[in-house]
Design a protein around this ligand. Structure first.
Ligand code: BTN
Length: 237
């Protein structure tokens, strides 16, 4: 496998077409002790959360980072992507737990898979195509194309530099303050989101806490998350 560059001491393995960068990274993780990344031009078996597939044609960014295990890795990865997009002049928001959104459409998804000693953080970012309804891509938002190399470097650097990031994450959240429906493996809840706590759990205003699930924002977003970054505790729908 060609090994072509290093960012923040992280070796990056480059592939053309592959099944899934997460799968490749999982196999490599058995031999390698250091953190590394795998990038592909195209995936034939791209995977999303909850056993969904991730449509992965050429023109997208498919990146898997093999890193140490730590809590809230998926929130951290989504924040690293949001910061990368913001540096390009885009206004992103984060829909809990880890969807990166622009103009209420999904631009990036994150799939974290935990191994015995390591974790694989898979990042799928739409660059030239938005394969699904309600998705958006970078080229629809930018006048000039952005290089994939820059995106890879910035995402890895932002990810490596984030520590104690929940306050920052909250500032990008479009879920805090919203009325939501949450589908967990065992139940469906509705309520207003008061906060996202240090463990990355949704906290509803009646005190219920949710660790994992799919969230539906029950009312359409406006651009209020821009305001919300300053005063997320005062919002009402
Ligand atoms: C989701 O929103 O459902 C998560 C999508 C994650 C897709 C990325 S693309 C790179 C990595 N390889 C995969 O097979 N999946 C992740």
């Amino acid at each position: 496998m060609p090994k072509t560059s290093v960012v923040k001491k992280i070796e990056i393995y480059r592939l053309g077409k592959t099944t899934s960068t997460n799968e490749v990274a999982k196999t490599l993780a058995q031999d390698k002790k250091e953190d590394f990344a795998v990038v592909a031009e195209e995936q034939t078996e791209g995977r999303g959360r909850k056993d969904r597939s991730w449509v992965s044609p050429p023109g997208g960014l498919y990146l898997s980072l093999c890193t140490g295990k730590e809590p809230i890795l998926s929130l951290k990865a989504s924040l690293a992507v949001a910061k990368t997009l913001e540096d390009l002049g885009i206004i992103p928001s984060l829909k809990w737990p880890n969807d990166v959104m622009v103009r209420d459409k999904k631009i990036c998804g994150i799939l974290v898979e935990v191994l015995e000693k390591k974790a694989i953080v898979g990042i799928g970012l739409n660059i030239e195509t938005a394969p699904l309804k309600d998705s958006i891509c970078l080229s629809a938002l930018l006048d000039e194309p952005v290089s994939k190399e820059r995106l890879i470097k910035d995402i890895i650097e932002n990810f490596s530099n984030l520590e104690n990031m929940m306050d920052t994450y909250r500032g990008y959240s479009s879920t805090i303050g919203r009325l939501v429906k949450i589908k967990t493996p065992s139940r469906i809840l509705e309520g207003r989101v008061k906060d996202i706590d240090e463990k990355g759990r949704l906290v509803l205003d009646d005190g219920r806490k949710v660790m994992a699930g799919d969230v539906i924002h029950l009312r359409k977003n406006s651009d209020r998350y821009v305001f919300h970054r300053k005063r997320y505790d005062t919002l009402t729908d």
